[in-house]
Design a protein around this ligand. Structure first.
Ligand code: RIB
Length: 310
């Protein structure tokens, strides 16, 4: 039977500027193109699970504005279950400014807006949903005081908490220990352990094993072009990335996480989940935009048939 997934997190409007090269300090440059997309790590991940054909529910907080309306309309059109919709009375819907260079790499600045306005009333409503879910997927793009409380509550309700610590914020030991799985990228992992950007996979693996032992959690580190690494007390599993020509890496991590959770929630093995996630994100980076770049389950499965992972 499918295990039910609840995602709680951000929903943004992304303002995307494509440039040949990032401007240096004090420089003004002209973008080669500009687009507006639907994004936000929470919404991207929830949508990814759904588009790749698994059941998911999503709770987000929007402003009382057209942007919020557009976000909800798109999630509804894509059949993401929205148990309830919360609106901030104080803030507008969150947004992000994204600059993308020719090689597809991005720099993102998020303005949280309504995403940062989750409060105790939301916690009360969310707690009434808990009995239905096996997994809670959450990111750090919403207010930290809310994350502390909701993670604790989920943990006490025997829900497996999966945390994507992005964008990175310093989190307490008590949050980490309540997570069943933490999915950082390599930069976020370095920050999580208070070290300079570690690039060497061997060193990352050693540090990851120590982390898992100390905090009694599991880790899945996404390594961009270098692949991904899963570490638990019992297992260590590395998967290579698939080499493609990237034009926009926005939401590659979100698609990876969505693809991984889609497979686990449908009873797939860890190795199957990593393979599916790897193929899914390799498609996303060949398309522009966040949510519009997420492939369907069939697209991913077709690609997997073409070129199985070594
Ligand atoms: O992970 C990509 C997302 O980060 C973008 O959609 C943007 O909204 C930010 O949340």
């Amino acid at each position: 039977m499918n295990k039910k997934v609840l995602v709680i997190g951000s929903a943004n409007i992304d303002y995307v500027y494509n440039v040949d090269k990032y401007p240096v300090e004090g420089e003004t440059i002209v973008a080669t193109s500009f687009s507006k997309f639907l994004g936000g790590k929470g919404a991207n991940q929830a949508l990814a699970v759904k588009i790749m054909n698994a059941d998911v529910s999503f709770v987000c907080k929007i402003g009382e504005d057209n942007d919020g309306y557009e976000i909800i309309e798109n999630l509804t059109n894509n059949k993401v279950n929205l148990p309830f919709i919360t609106k901030s009375e104080k803030y507008n819907t969150g947004c992000a400014g994204i600059v993308i260079e020719k090689n597809g790499n991005n720099r993102i600045i998020v303005h949280p807006g309504a995403n940062d306005d989750f409060d105790d009333k939301d916690i009360e409503k969310i707690s009434q949903l808990f009995a239905e879910y096996e997994y809670l997927l959450i990111q750090l793009e919403v207010n930290l005081n809310f994350i502390e409380k909701i993670v604790d509550l989920a943990y006490r309700n025997d829900i497996k908490v999966i945390l994507n610590p992005a964008p990175f914020k310093k989190i307490s030991k008590s949050i980490i220990e309540k997570c069943f799985l933490i999915i950082p990228n390599e930069t976020e992992f370095s920050k999580l352990i208070g070290k300079e950007n570690i690039k060497d996979i061997k060193i990352i693996e050693v540090e990851a094993k120590n982390f898992v032992k100390n905090y009694k959690t599991n880790l899945l580190i996404t390594l961009g072009e270098k692949g991904s690494l899963y570490i638990s007390e019992e297992k260590s599993l590395y998967k290579k990335a698939i080499s493609v020509k990237a034009i926009d890496t926005t939401a590659a991590g979100d698609t990876f996480i969505g693809g991984f959770i889609r497979t686990i929630s449908k009873g797939g093995t860890l190795s199957e989940a990593l393979d599916f996630a790897t193929f899914a994100s390799s498609i996303t980076v060949t398309r522009r935009g966040a949510q519009v770049s997420i492939p369907s389950e069939d697209e991913v499965l077709d690609k997997m048939k073409e070129k199985p992972i070594q």
